[in-house]
Design a protein around this ligand. Structure first.
Ligand code: ATP
Length: 724
């Protein structure tokens, strides 16, 4: 790789399009003072992305654009382009030629190009860093800046060395990573702060949503319980309905049975009562018969009495001859009539007392009659006695009558008793029937009571059944009522249904408090939650990124450190070598300084700096600050050449570095250049003849009165002439 071309247009004094073709080796630009030689070095610095105006000897960016002359007006844009041979792929692109360009406009706008494609300054810086080209004062050493590396601070010096070693690329990467780390950490902090802000709200919303969930669960539970309640209620009602229907059927059957029973009992009562009225008929006719029999019997008894009297009278007529006792039959008949009446009265007596009284009267009358007859008070009927036959005949006849009458009386007597027995029997039966009727009527009463009871039951049960049917017809989830089944089912079933009902009521109470939560909270919760999830994901991504960046930084640091440490020894060795060559003896070394410079102390950066120690031959000086101008330039060159040796840049621009060198030193300087030129191309702005002599290509820069720099390709003699 080497610098092939430099194209300039409108940059400082190079108003016209000017092209410098370089070769490997040493190119020397010569020309009179003020012709614009250093403007070429400035152009090189400018195209590599220089931002410090001071470093390109300008105050403001407009100073870089051709400002016009007597013959040519000012220009609005400056353009500088470098073309590299990239066959060795030092630039990591697949092009054999690489072009880097920069444009600057009067309004301060800058444009950067790599192979004609516009890029950012950052891209350009990274790109050239890969080719170890940088602006820290090592690749391009401007006029008067030969001892820049000596004047630089410890840290600046470290930066120059880093750039020389190609560490800039890694450092840029690391700085980017550090920057990115800081940004990521800021983002992380911001995101975590957002999370902290959002957390209490999300917590609140989560609780609300939990309550909402609980409300939904309760509603579901309520629905299930209501269904269960309705099912259980339906089951209980249906069971009760079946039971009642059976009961009603039984009651109806029972009622029918009772009605039939009542009918039967009532028929029985009727039968019994008609039987009783039959008894009265029978009794009446028997009593009539008894009366008749009694009448006949009385007649017979009277007849018998008459006959017996006649017999007695006959028998006593012999025995009591002078005394004729005759019985007044009429009187006796009257008395007997009275007795008959008393007897009838006794029979007809309604009560026992009456009967007893009649019978007593009867007994008194009978005794009276008997006494009257015995005492002879009863006057004989003479007429009748006259009519009697002879005593014996008459006695016989009377005896026969008597027997006949006795027989007949006996017959009537028997009949009388038989009727009397019948009457007794009928009375006994009557009594029994009456008892029957009484018990039947009791039974009737019982049945009627039972019928009434059964009817009441039936009414009650039919009413209940109606209630059950109406309950069943309105059975639905919106009608959860417990009272309606009270008394329609068993206590056990009621308590089962009531237990479910109580649970429903409990849930209803809990739901009343949950009712307050607005459903819209769910949307807000979801939004907040996804925002939170997004932020948490962001935090985890950022943390992951921070970890990755830290790893990358660590790796870059290791790489940088490793590379630096390896190269540092070589640089030191070659610094000493070139110092020795340039001073013809002495020694020089670099030292890593951990301690910071005074101005660095307050900065956060912990990177170290590099100090320089020199020992001049034959002198006791070893402090850099005590060196002369020439000695400073030589020491700087020794270090720069050591860097070029260890890490050769594609090219190096040295603007009048050789000016303060005497001839001996200039030739040592050139000797080293010749050593290094195989690996690094040198563009040297110089007035030094010896330098010109060593040039592989010479360019002359002239400026006429038009104030525009022009380029001439020269031979050494021409160059010398140009200078003169
Ligand atoms: P020396 O040998 O004395 O160092 P030099 O050849 O290096 O001189 P430069 O410093 O490169 O000369 O050039 C300076 C010249 O460039 C001056 O004449 C100056 O007027 C001119 N110049 C600088 N900036 C501009 C500009 N913006 N427009 C036009 N001319 C400019």
């Amino acid at each position: 790789m080497y610098l092939k071309q430099l194209k300039i247009q409108g940059f400082k004094s190079f108003a016209q399009k000017t092209q410098l073709d370089f070769q490997k080796g040493i190119s020397v630009v010569v020309g009179p003072n003020g012709s614009g030689k250093s403007n070429i070095a400035d152009a090189l610095r400018f195209v590599l992305g220089e931002q410090g105006m001071k470093n390109v000897r300008a105050k403001k960016s407009q100073d870089l654009i051709f400002s016009g002359s007597g013959t040519k007006p000012k220009m609005n844009m400056a353009y500088v382009e470098l073309v590299f041979d990239n066959k060795g792929k030092v630039f990591p692109v697949d092009f054999s030629e690489v072009s880097i360009a920069r444009k600057i406009f009067r309004d301060g706008e800058n444009k950067y190009f790599i192979n004609n494609s516009q890029v950012r300054l950052k891209d350009l810086s990274e790109f050239i860093a890969k080719a170890k080209l940088g602006l820290k004062g090592y690749t391009i050493v401007n006029q008067g800046m030969g001892d820049h590396i000596l004047n630089a601070s410890l840290k600046e010096r470290k930066e120059i060395i880093d750039e020389a070693l190609g560490l800039r690329e890694f450092q840029i990467k690391r700085n980017d990573a550090v920057l990115k780390l800081a940004q990521t950490e800021t983002n992380l902090e911001k995101t975590e702060s957002l999370i902290r802000e959002l957390s209490p709200h999300l917590k609140f919303l989560t609780k609300q949503v939990e309550k909402l969930d609980e409300k939904k669960n309760l509603q579901n539970e309520l629905e299930v319980l209501k269904k269960k309640f309705i099912e259980k209620k339906e089951e209980v009602l249906k069971k009760s309905k079946n039971f009642l229907e059976e009961e009603i059927k039984k009651l109806k059957d029972q009622l029918n049975f009772l009605k039939q029973e009542l009918e039967t009992v009532q028929k029985d009562i009727q039968n019994e009562e008609s039987k009783v009225s039959g008894f009265f008929g029978d009794l009446e006719s028997l009593e009539n018969s008894l009366f008749e029999v009694e009448k006949q019997r009385s007649v017979l008894q009277r007849e018998l009495g008459k006959v017996e009297g006649a017999i007695d009278l006959l028998k006593n007529s012999n025995f009591q001859a002078q005394k004729h006792v005759s019985i007044d039959l009429f009187y006796v008949k009257e008395k007997l009539e009275l007795l008959k009446k008393l007897l009838k009265k006794a029979i007809d007596a309604k009560s026992f007392e009456q009967m007893k009284e009649s019978l007593l009267e009867f007994s008194r009358s009978f005794s009276e009659l008997s006494d009257d007859v015995s005492s002879g008070k009863v006057k004989a009927n003479d007429k009748k006695a006259k009519q009697d036959k002879s005593t014996n005949d008459k006695l016989q006849d009377l005896q026969g009558q008597k027997e006949k009458l006795q027989k007949e009386l006996k017959k009537f007597q028997d009949e009388f008793y038989s009727i009397q027995n019948k009457i007794k029997k009928i009375n006994a039966e009557h009594h029994k029937e009456k008892e029957n009727i009484f018990s039947l009527k009791n039974k009737e009463k019982d049945i009627q009571t039972k019928i009434l009871q059964a009817k009441n039951d039936l009414y009650q049960k039919e009413t209940d059944l109606k209630r059950i049917n109406s309950e069943l017809s309105v059975l639905n989830l919106s009608n959860v009522a417990l009272d309606s089944i009270a008394g329609l089912c068993s206590q056990k079933e009621f308590s089962e249904v009531s237990a479910i009902f109580k649970s429903i009521e409990r849930i209803n109470i809990r739901l009343e408090t949950a009712e307050m939560i607005d459903e819209s909270v769910l949307d807000e919760y979801n939004q907040t939650k996804s925002r939170m999830e997004f932020l948490q994901k962001e935090v985890s991504d950022l943390k992951e990124a921070i970890e990755k960046i830290n790893v990358a930084i660590k790796e870059l640091n290791l790489q940088i450190e490793d590379k630096f440490n390896k190269s540092f020894l070589k640089i030191n060795k070659n610094f000493n070598k070139y110092f020795n060559i340039l001073f013809g003896g002495g020694s020089a070394k670099l030292e890593i300084v951990k301690q910071k410079d005074e101005e660095e102390k307050n900065k956060k950066d912990t990177s170290f700096g590099i100090d320089i120690f020199v020992s001049l031959p034959g002198k006791k000086v070893n402090s850099v600050s005590a060196l002369s101008g020439g000695e400073r330039t030589l020491s700087s060159l020794a270090l720069l050449f050591a860097l070029v040796f260890v890490s050769p840049p594609p090219f190096m621009v040295l603007d009048e570095i050789d000016a303060p060198l005497d001839e001996a030193n200039a030739s040592r300087f050139l000797k080293i250049l010749n050593e290094l030129k195989d690996n690094t191309q040198f563009v040297i702005v110089s007035h030094n003849r010896e330098t010109m002599r060593q040039a592989d290509i010479l360019y002359g820069v002239t400026m006429q009165n038009d104030g525009i720099s022009k380029l001439l390709s020269l031979k050494f003699e021409e160059a010398v002439k140009t200078l003169d």
